[in-house]
Design a protein around this ligand. Structure first.
Ligand code: ADP
Ligand code: MG
Length: 346
């Protein structure tokens, strides 16, 4: 999509909302259209279909100088699987479209596909189509995934209630730390980041290049009826929590000390003079799930998670809308700036 106006840049989310207002229409079988991690279609009497699509653009989303074709394909597959995980859907079918520049040779395309298949095959995804074109400006990769749930059963962004507990899977901030290590963000940071151990460095880069979509966790939360809302963390904790708040008409309060961080992320933040909480709040592409749970279900949730070996952490509570998004720390409570990654914003 072209830049709408050079003088008045419209953010990605405002642009999507404007397009939605102008062109989206209701249909009887359309349970959910624009605005969630996937569209939801009531196509049969027993199932809902969940459809999600993602476009990855060379020089915007990935850099083939620091990432192999396999890892670009793998991350693309995981990013899409993560959107289905956020709906609690079981991944089923994929369509893959490519625009290939002259510099990207046939063996590179095969490597790209190997990465995508490595991500999708363990989840039983079947490739059913796509499209192929030449490109004059970099590699474009678009994946569409279709998943299913039982009819009437899905994790929407809009289901959270006041007083629900906010949980996340895994740990946050690792992917941004890994990206900064790959990019060497600034010369200064690069010099100081040598202060972290090679094991921490390898771990953070691997979390960026090879994230894990929480598909099994999403299906469990959905079928066990434990979560009221869910989203995957692709734009950063603050931005994605903001989406849940907007869709659910609520505010949220996070406990800074509860946000799960790896020791590698803490070490990296220390070495580069950054606040590790900021890496978690602002860092995108962790592909963990954020979900909300009624307090009455907390004990069952934690017991079942433990029995399944799923790492989940309670990081806060949903509040009334007028309270906005707040972070509670030892120094008191302060508003959380919405810092999610948005295209067309400098
Ligand atoms: P996610 O980060 O989960 O992939 P996005 O922020 O990309 O979600 O998209 C938010 C919503 O807007 C989704 O429902 C998506 O399908 C929709 N959307 C994004 N871009 C467009 C577009 N160009 N036209 C119509 N809908 C769009
Ligand atoms: Mg998403």
């Amino acid at each position: 999509m072209a830049h709408p106006s050079a003088e008045q840049p419209l953010g990605e989310f405002a642009l999507i909302r404007a397009l939605q207002r102008r062109f989206a229409r209701r249909k009887p079988a359309l349970v959910r259209g624009i605005g969630d991690d996937a569209a939801v279609l009531a196509v049969s009497s027993r199932q809902w279909w969940h459809v999600t699509t993602d476009l990855l653009v060379e020089h915007v989303h990935f850099d083939l100088r620091t990432a192999s074709p396999e890892s670009v394909g793998y991350r693309a597959g995981m990013a899409n699987l993560s959107d289905l995980a956020a709906m609690g859907a079981l991944p089923r079918y994929s369509l893959i479209s490519l625009a290939i520049p002259p510099s990207f040779r046939r063996p590179d395309v095969v490597r790209l596909y190997k990465g995508m298949m490595e991500a999708c095959r363990p989840h039983g995804v079947t490739l059913i189509g796509g499209d192929t074109s030449a490109s004059r400006s970099g590699l474009f990769l678009n994946i569409t995934l279709i998943g299913t749930t039982a009819r009437g059963q899905a994790l929407l962004r809009s289901g959270a209630r006041n007083g629900d507990l906010i949980y996340v899977t895994g740990r946050l901030g690792d992917s941004l730390a890994g990206l900064q290590l790959l990019d060497g963000a600034t010369a200064k940071k690069r010099r100081r980041s040598t202060a972290i151990s090679p094991a921490h460095r390898r771990y953070l880069i691997a979390r960026h290049l090879r994230p894990t979509a929480r598909v099994r966790e999403g299906c469990w939360l959905n079928t066990a009826g434990l979560a009221t809302a869910a989203i995957d963390i692709s734009d950063g904790l603050s931005g994605d929590l903001h989406h849940v708040c907007e869709e659910s008409g609520l505010g949220a309060e996070l406990q800074e000390g509860a946000i799960p961080l790896s020791s590698a992320c803490r070490a990296y933040a220390r070495a580069t003079g950054q606040n590790p909480t900021h890496l978690a709040l602002e860092g995108g592409e962790d592909y963990e799930l954020l979900f909300t749970v009624p307090p009455a279900k907390q004990t069952t949730l934690e017991r079942q998670a433990g029995a399944r070996g799923f790492r989940i952490t309670c990081i806060g509570t949903m509040t009334r809308r007028r309270k906005g998004l707040r972070l509670l720390s030892q120094d008191g409570s302060r508003p959380i700036p919405i810092t999610s990654y948005e295209h067309f914003r400098s």
